[in-house]
Design a protein around this ligand. Sequence first.
Ligand code: HEC
Length: 189
Amino acid sequence: MSKIINMLVGGALLAAIPVSTTNADGIDPGDVTDMLHAVMDSDRTIYTKMIVGRLVAEHKLITATENFEDDISAPLPAQMFRMGAEAVADRTDLFEYSLQSLWPINKPNAENQTELEKEGLAFVADNIGENFYGEEVIDDLKYFTAVYADVAVAEVCATCHNEHKDSPRTDFKVGDVMGGVVIRIPLDG
Ligand code: HEC
């Protein structure tokens, strides 16, 4: 009987929202963060390849620098990522994301790290190839929080961070986990 009621509720929901492809049980929040991360990570990789790798490194048409406004240059991939995250925060409360690290160049970014975020960043650094998923309560609201490793895929990731005046760590090498992408979704209401 309860099965029939569930099916009816599911059918009613689908009928009410015809464009939805959600089943009656909803989508697993871990699948949602995996999907969001796939988009973010692909966009960042394409920017790095097509702009930084091609126009900056290969053809030397432009430069990419941290002070991109004064220098009239292209922003670094991490800065593009942060500006995107800020623009998303302005338009929706459905989720939030950021690029974080236990050894951050950008300190203000890391100031509000929660205990679960720190745990997740440590976990992805210690368990290569694995993601971290957990739940936390912030200001009485329950959140699903996922952390995805950010790896030094090229020599330049490690050297730029190692030589940066604000970097608290100077021994990064290729293949090291340098930080992580944190995605948070509110679970209630
Ligand atoms: C030319 C220098 C440079 C290169 C190359 C570079 N970064 Fe960064 N990275 C920065 C700077 C500067 C920031 C701080 C940006 C901000 O938020 O304003 C940063 C931020 C980050 C952060 C967020 C935590 C923090 O340190 O503030 C991570 C994680 C990160 N970079 C990983 C990488 C990875 C992985 C690569 C290679 C794919 C890479 N970086 C390449 C300069 C660089």
